[in-house]
Structures are given as C-alpha cells and as structure tokens.
Design a protein around this ligand. Structure first.
Ligand SMILES: [Cu+2]
Length: 327
C-alpha cells in the first residue's frame, strides 16, 4: 500500500505540549440537516505564541451516515456562547483519512481549512462533498493568543450543513466535488521561509482527471500579497487573487473567484497548473516556515467513477514524527 503522509498543509518537525481535556463533541441535528463539531474547552492565556501554547490533540470525527457535506462555517465561542475573536485560531484542518488527495495522492484528502480569518466555506448550490458512514475525519487544531486578553474555556465550532444520502431524491441532484489544493510547494509540505522584502514562489501540479474547477480562493499567511493560478498548458490565467491586509501586513482575507455561472473552468487531464504566491516581508528578518501559498478550490470531475480509486479502506500506519505542526 502506498504510504500516505500526514497532512502537508500544516505538518512539520516541531513538537507542542498537548492540551489536556480537549475533546470533540459531534452533534447531528437530523431535522435541521446540520452537524456541529465542537473542539474544546481550550484555555488560552494572553500573549502566548503557538509554540508555547499547549495544543489540542488530533481528534477524529467518525462520520455516522452517508451524506454530502455542503459547507463549513467556523466560529469561536466561550462556555456561555459568547464570540471569541478569530485571532486566537492559528489554524484548523480537516483530513479524510479514508481518501487520498486527487492532485497529490501522497497526501490525505484535505477537506476544510481555516486560520485567524475564519474563512467561511460557503455552499455552492448543487454540489457537495460525499462522505460515507464510518469515514474518519481527522481534525487538527492549533491555537495561539497574540491578544492581551486571556480566554478561558474557548471552543472552536464548525457547523456543517449536509444532505443525507438515504433521503432519496434530493441527493440525486447533488454533484460530487473534490477539494483542490494547488500549492506553490507542489505536493510537498506547504510551509516555506519568507525572505525580507518582496518575494515570489512558484510551483506546478499536473491534473490527472478531466473536469471543471468551480471556483478558487487562496491560503496565505501574514505579509502575503497575491496568489495567481495559471493553466500553463493552456497559457491562461485562471485567477489572480489580491489579499486584503491591515496596515502592518497581517492577512485579513483572500477573495474567492467563482466560475459556477460559466459551468466551471475546464481542466483537461495532463494540464499543468502553475501557482505563484507573492509576499512582502517588512520585518527585516527571514521568517522561517512563515509562509504558505495555496490556491484552494472545488473540482467537479467529468467521470466520477475514476475518483473511486482514491478511496483507502484502512488507515496506513502513521509516522508519529509527522503528527506535529509547524506554524
Ligand atoms: Cu497555513
């Protein structure tokens, strides 16, 4: 069996103390067709870096039904349900341990991710990500607290609307999508060093299936300026996404470009995609593992049957050293 490495989005060689008492609570509201995943409680003292903060362990959500997941709405709350600012979320990443990524099969399928900007993954009507009863979704959460306020008993909540596959007719109208992470580090680990001043990093990845890209957003870190996705085989720019930052260069958001109206941006098997990320680092220091540059979209394949090969029935042994995070 092919050895599938952990992550790629957030992995690395550093080790964190594990926060005690953090569990996953998964609540399925069958009437409202919503799952709420809740990670916590987490104690977040003021002015604590992600390296110093004890981090939640990886938690597993075992999917209790065949369903399409339609969207991901992340938020942070305290024990009484009051909002906690997103700035304390370093990142969260969901991985389907039962499937390989369609662009980088050396990685598990990365189905959702967000950082301090609390990226909301909105529903694209008519499309969903199919999960099966028993699929194991691994949840990696990393917290920090750059603010002057301590937060006691904070929870990360991700609300996921879904369509139950056993509900019959509704599901038949949903087309499967696959998350597409097009990384400037190609299929290797996503983190890289940012030099001082302006810099650009470019990587390529080859599409192995015919289909369409429904839309694309981006993942950058602080001082990230722009992410550009090109179809190099076709010599076309798919999307140019300019990040929004505050005056210090801290990332606020990256826009999303949708192609749904036009029926998607067409990819042909063998197309080489080129991704570039630009940074402007004003700190005067090289930021070790400070950057990521990923164009993130949804892909709808022309032939669904081919995607079945990406399923992994049993979980390969993990390299324990790869289970920690690096940013
Ligand atoms: Cu990142």
């Amino acid at each position: 069996m092919e050895h599938m490495r952990h992550g790629g989005f957030m992995q690395g060689g550093m080790h964190h103390a594990v926060a005690k008492g953090v569990t996953l609570d998964a609540r399925v509201d069958a009437a409202a067709h919503t799952v709420t995943l809740r990670v916590g409680p987490m104690n977040l003292p003021a002015h604590t870096s992600h390296m110093k903060m004890p981090q939640p362990p990886d938690l597993i959500w075992e999917v209790p039904m065949d369903a399409w997941l339609l969207a991901y709405h992340p938020k942070l709350v305290d024990a009484s349900g009051n909002a906690v600012p997103g700035t304390v979320l370093h990142h969260v990443a969901f991985w389907n341990e039962n499937r390989a990524d369609f662009l980088c099969p050396n990685k598990e399928e990365h189905i959702f991710g967000a950082g301090s900007e609390l990226t909301d993954w909105a529903e694209i009507p008519g499309y969903g990500y199919y999960v099966r009863n028993g699929d194991k979704i691994r949840i990696e959460t990393m917290m920090y607290n750059p603010t002057a306020t301590s937060y006691d008993k904070a929870y990360l909540e991700v609300q996921i609307p879904f369509v139950d596959a056993s509900a019959g007719s509704v599901g038949k109208m949903i087309q499967n999508v696959y998350p597409a992470w097009m990384d400037v580090n190609s299929c290797a680990d996503s983190s890289y060093d940012v030099p001082t001043g302006k810099s650009e990093k470019t990587g390529t990845v080859t599409v192995k299936y015919d289909g369409v890209l429904l839309g694309v957003g981006g993942h950058l870190h602080d001082y990230g300026k722009q992410i550009v996705l090109q179809d190099a085989s076709r010599k076309e720019t798919v999307a140019t996404l300019d990040a929004k930052s505050d005056e210090q260069g801290h990332l606020e958001s990256v826009p999303v470009k949708l192609f749904v109206q036009e029926g998607g941006y067409k990819f042909v098997k063998g197309d080489m995609l080129k991704v570039s990320a630009t940074y402007d680092n004003p700190t005067g220091k090289l930021l070790r593992d400070g950057a990521m540059g990923i164009a993130v979209g949804y892909f709808a394949p022309a032939d669904e049957a081919q995607m079945a090969a990406l399923r992994r029935n049993s979980k390969p042994p993990h390299d324990m050293a790869g289970m920690s995070h690096d940013h």
